[in-house]
Design a protein around this ligand. Sequence first.
Ligand code: GDP
Length: 361
Amino acid sequence: MNKKKESALKVNKGIKQPPSVNHDAVKKLQQKRKQAYSVSQYVEGITKGDRSILSQAITLIESSLPKHQIIAQEIIAKCLPYSGNSIRIGITGVPGVGKSTFIEAIGKQITSTGGQLAVLAIDPSSERSKGSILGDKTRMEDLAIDKNAYIRPSPSAGSLGGVARKTRETVVLCEAAGFDTIFIETVGVGQSETAVHSMVDFFLLLMLAGAGDELQGMKRGIMEMADAIAINKAEGDNINKANLAKVQYQNALHLFPQKKSNWIPKATTCSAISNKGIIDIWNMIKDYKTHTQDNNYFKNNRREQSKYWMYETINDNLRFHFYNNSDIINKLKLLEGKVLVGEISSFYAAKILIDDYFNLK
Ligand code: GDP
């Protein structure tokens, strides 16, 4: 017997294997990725409503690379004349209140009547904790496949100010792409409401009934910003409690000073899951738009917001450059140590650093 032939370890004559990596395909992919559009190609694509180009331009806005930022700013500047024709709606509420279910329900209402909806989010926690918004669960499944809707998750990197500013810039591009309704969602647990409030026309607070004193746990400041409070999950056994909460919130809203818009904020109930009260909220938002356009608040408020974002951007950039200056980084630690042991005052340390920074420039 030929032992060699029986061996399980027989080595066959090799045949030439195709490379495990398809270099041609990789090259093509790399070329495609590198394929940078010119600013005017971006603008043309965006204004034609090309989703893919819009998404790539938003990625430039979100990038921290200076060369991307330069292109992004040019695109924004060129899109600005095509922007503004929308209603911008902020929506907040604690995790689990039903924000994404609500946006899906009202969003379907909007898109089924021909509206073009963009949904953006501000979630400064998203880098650390994978986010309170847009986590691993699939959200807004219907809207995600709706050709009249565009969903963009929160930019993840950076400070709240940075994340918010990027979203503010993204609004411009979405409007230039033809979206006439912009939702900006945020979690009702931090500072992000103020940022959202300063970039929207209408601010909606979602709440739940029950859980003891209705007004506990909700920061007054957030309630004061709201143009409407909707008590969600108002169905079945929960209806009575929701109606009670509605009255309590309505009373609480009356205690705040009158809004500059002269709009009287409303409390209402809804059930996002069973699509109840959703159309009423949409009609209310449309009433608000008419009301504030008639009394010019709509336009004036947007002007004020633009001014606000100019200063926010200056502050953000100054802070970034200061803390990323290598000389300052070195001196900061040293002076911090001196302040900690009481060798110099906080104010003097700050003065030294700031004087140094401006002399270095
Ligand atoms: P988010 O964290 O605020 O975005 O909340 P979700 O939209 O993810 O909703 C949290 C949970 O509440 C999910 O299980 C939803 O199905 C449920 N939910 C949302 N809206 C309603 C509603 O109107 N009624 C009831 N019963 N459940 C709802």
